[in-house]
Design a protein around this ligand. Structure first.
Ligand SMILES: O=P(O)(O)OC[C@H]1O[C@@](CO)(OP(=O)(O)O)[C@@H](O)[C@@H]1O
Length: 492
């Protein structure tokens, strides 16, 4: 539901209206208010034994939905337990230990305490939803009918709130062993006073304590998703509405097979050399050299492993991929951000011809929409099917464009919207992302082939407005030898 928006006054500031959830946006002067998705209020409650990837699924889901601009937060009951224990230790001077006995069902006092923690965490989550959040993820074992009944009853007290249970069932010994190893090696506060062997023994006892009372979801009539071995099989029940279906579809497409996602911009184009944006130019001489060198770099990296190459429909990406001996796919959705009336111009020309637009873009680059073109926000929306497909696939090399790769990179590294349009994706560099339990490992390979720098840094001070007599701003086009290495910091 879009509120009325004065399009004549702000052709460049109209937020996305494409196939995204209903949003309301209010224009305030030169600024664009944050989109309001307040209609969706969903509690996602995880269900599963320890070491079944519940936190992995919770965090992936959060990253995906946040990238799509929903307000999402994970409420991890284990973290609440630890932070309360720390607080108690500060007043009592005595440290509490939460070994396997604490999780045993026969320990009535501890069971009462754990139930209370789950309730408190749910109350905090519901309050957060009332304050404007959209999807609150209750990351806990929630492994009995009784616990799930309580969650349902609590959520039912809130008008318009719905709950989906997300059960992660895993019987693949490799996945379980990897999750156990991660828990005991990640400096988990529960195990900081134990050796890795003691920690492992204790954690396995904790799992057995939960197994003794575990009840898989069989309750009729509730909304749930059962994810078996992280996406091998998925069972769905009573999934309704746009956002619930989207959540289900995303989780269905996840897998845990080891793989890497390679990203590279096309080789330097003739437009890059001239400082022009957009267009459909061919590669420069240096760009062509990069295209020739790329197969060697990739082969050195992945050897004989299978790989699929994705390009946009624009010549500079297709030309850059021409010597790569792998199956190729051309995506219209990977075409560069559409600069509308500014297509084919240099930044200096845009500043001269459209000074207000130029200033607006500097002020809020993520939301700014070129006249007759797109904003970064629009691009994020059109890349959603690409993200979904990337989650399903194994090794992929994307030969793309500056703005497109920024958006994809931001998804994997959880960047804030405001920082996204300034991420450095230099030419003649391959970025290798390897998804891990929480986040991604990254390596960068830069080939020693000269190229211009097309990155315009964020202006230091807010751009002055109106910009009748704007001082010319030069695009920084120079060679890597002059490049500083400062990077935008990822979230968390
Ligand atoms: O959003 P900004 O920083 O302007 O970067 C996007 C621009 O990057 C460019 C190069 O300046 O990408 P590309 O090299 O793929 O052509 C432009 O075409 C595009 O408009």
């Amino acid at each position: 539901m879009l509120k009325k928006f004065d399009q004549s006054a702000a052709s460049s500031k109209i937020p996305s209206q494409s196939a995204t959830p209903p949003i309301s946006v209010v224009g305030i002067g030169n600024k664009v208010a944050k989109p309001d998705y307040s209609e969706a209020k969903i509690v996602v409650a995880t269900v599963g034994l320890p070491a079944r990837g519940k936190s992995y699924l919770s965090n992936k889901l959060m990253r995906y939905l946040k990238w799509l601009e929903y307000d999402v937060k994970v409420f991890n009951v284990g973290q609440l337990r630890r932070s309360r224990a720390r607080q108690r230790a500060l007043t009592s001077g005595q440290r509490e230990s939460h070994t396997a006995e604490y999780f045993s069902h026969s320990n009535e006092e501890a069971t009462r305490l754990r139930d209370k923690l789950a309730e408190d965490s749910l109350d905090m989550l519901i309050q957060w939803l009332k304050d404007g959040g959209n999807v609150g993820i209750h990351d806990a074992t929630n492994s009995t009918h009784n616990r799930r009944d309580k969650i349902q009853q609590r959520v039912a007290r809130e008008k318009g709130f719905t709950v989906i249970f997300l059960e992660s069932i895993c019987d693949d010994p490799e996945i379980i062993a990897a999750n156990v190893a991660l828990k005991v090696s990640s400096g988990d506060p529960d195990y900081k006073d134990m050796s890795p062997e003691e920690a492992k023994t204790d954690f396995l006892r904790r799992i057995r304590a939960y197994e003794a009372v575990y009840e898989t979801i069989t309750e009729p009539g509730i909304s749930y998703l059962k994810i078996i071995n992280v996406g091998d099989r998925v069972v769905m029940n009573h999934i309704r509405g746009y956002l619930q279906s989207r959540i289900a579809f995303y989780l269905m497409n996840l897998h845990l097979k080891p793989r890497s996602i390679f990203m590279s911009r096309h080789g330097e184009s003739q437009y890059n050399v001239e400082g022009k944006i957009g267009g459909d130019a061919l590669l420069s001489v240096h760009g062509q050299t990069y295209a020739e060198a790329l197969p060697g770099l990739i082969k050195n990296n992945i050897g004989d492993a299978p790989l699929t190459v994705w390009t946009s429909t624009l010549q500079r990406t297709i030309q850059s991929a021409q010597y790569l001996p792998y199956p190729k796919l051309t995506w219209k959705s990977l075409d560069e951000l559409d600069a509308g009336v500014c297509d084919g111009m240099t930044y200096e020309e845009i500043e001269k011809q459209y000074p207000e637009d130029f200033a607006n873009r500097d002020e809020d680059k993520f939301n700014y929409r070129y006249r007759g073109g797109e904003s970064y926000r629009d691009v994020v929306v059109r890349l959603e099917p690409v993200i979904m497909e990337l989650e399903r696939q194994e090794n992929i090399l994307i030969i793309g464009h500056q703005a497109i790769l920024r958006c994809l990179y931001a998804y994997f590294h959880n960047f804030k919207q405001a920082d996204l349009p300034y991420i450095k994706i230099p030419l003649h560099t391959v970025i290798k992302l390897t998804p891990k339990a929480y986040g991604c490992d990254e390596e960068r390979y830069t080939l020693p082939i000269a190229a211009v720098d097309t990155h315009r840094p964020k202006p230091k001070a807010p751009a002055p407005k109106p910009l009748r007599e704007a001082t010319p701003m030069t695009s920084r086009r120079h060679y890597y030898a002059e490049e500083e290495t400062e990077e935008v910091a990822p979230l968390e």
